[in-house]
Design a protein around this ligand. Structure first.
Ligand code: SF4
Length: 277
């Protein structure tokens, strides 16, 4: 997806400081990607006259709202996120004084985290949307045991697209796949989780594009699974499937959840959704 934008002349930046301030009579548009950004920096961009198109996914805004609600009630949030990831940077910017970043289960139980907790009776929990579902369930169970009054989301923060794809990889393993191709960017959290789950029971090949795929690697495998991260374009998947079809393979779909009835509203130009949490 990002590569397609790049081909159309869109610059991919990671820091607000990389976005130029528009000259008089010039327009600079910053598109905030679906997994969020530091909300404070979005404000700064708008102050500099940059037009912001905020396309943050509503499911990413869900844990952000939980952090905001907790901070309004003077409840600290333990936020499980991948350090440096855009979604984590966005989460930590919502109420930085009331949010503690936890990197994994071991870190969550560490003295370092315990030392940042103001009141163990006033704690909440939220997480990045693209973690491994099973690990997320374990994280909540362990934290609830340690902090019985922990305020947890009514519905898990892991998004449906992440959960469904993880279930699909497990179906591929159950169906006997001994090799699984995961198409996705190495910077994509949900794709990385798929490759990790695939490698629990098969040889996993994590590729960003069809050019990285060497079909000769699959000789000797009777069943090869193919899956992709949530934002991989259909064209890329068709190209990958075609490689196998051209080699004479038979494609057998596994049962996956139906997502065809899930729709998100388009974002509104000029809105900064962080200000509406
Ligand atoms: S992977 Fe999930 S949270 Fe991320 S953009 Fe897609 S639906 Fe939203």
């Amino acid at each position: 997806m990002v590569n397609r934008y790049k081909e159309q002349g869109v610059a991919h930046v990671k820091e607000a400081s990389e976005v130029p301030t528009p000259e008089p009579n010039e327009r600079v548009i910053a598109l905030i990607g679906p997994h969020g950004f530091n909300g404070v920096e979005i404000d700064l961009l708008q102050t500099r006259g940059v037009e912001v198109r905020d396309t943050v996914c509503p499911l990413v805004l869900k844990p952000y709202s939980e952090i905001k609600r907790n901070s309004n009630d003077q409840v600290q949030t333990l936020y499980w996120g991948q350090e440096g990831h855009a979604e984590t940077l966005g989460a930590m910017s919502v109420a930085s004084d009331w949010t503690i970043l936890i990197k994994d289960l071991e870190h969550a139980l560490s003295e370092e985290v315990a030392g940042q907790i103001k009141d163990p009776e006033r704690l909440g929990y939220a997480s990045q949307t693209t973690h491994n579902w099973d690990e997320a369930m374990k994280m909540m169970d362990v934290l609830r045991e340690k902090y019985p009054n922990l305020r947890t989301p009514k519905k898990e923060d892991i998004c449906f697209a992440t959960k469904n794809r993880q279930d699909a990889v497990r179906s591929l393993l159950d169906a006997g796949a001994t090799a699984i191709v995961v198409v996705g960017s190495p910077t994509s959290s949900n794709s990385t989780r798929l490759a990790e789950i695939a490698s629990e029971g098969a040889k996993a090949y994590f590729v960003d594009s069809v050019e990285e795929l060497n079909p000769d690697l699959f000789y000797g495998h009777e069943a090869v699974g193919i899956t992709s991260g949530a934002s991989v374009e259909e064209d890329t998947m068709f190209d990958v499937m075609k490689i196998f079809i051209d080699k004479g393979s038979k494609l057998v779909p596994v049962t996956v959840a139906d997502e065809s009835n899930i729709h998100f509203k388009p974002s509104q130009p000029g809105k900064n959704y962080y200000n509406e949490l």
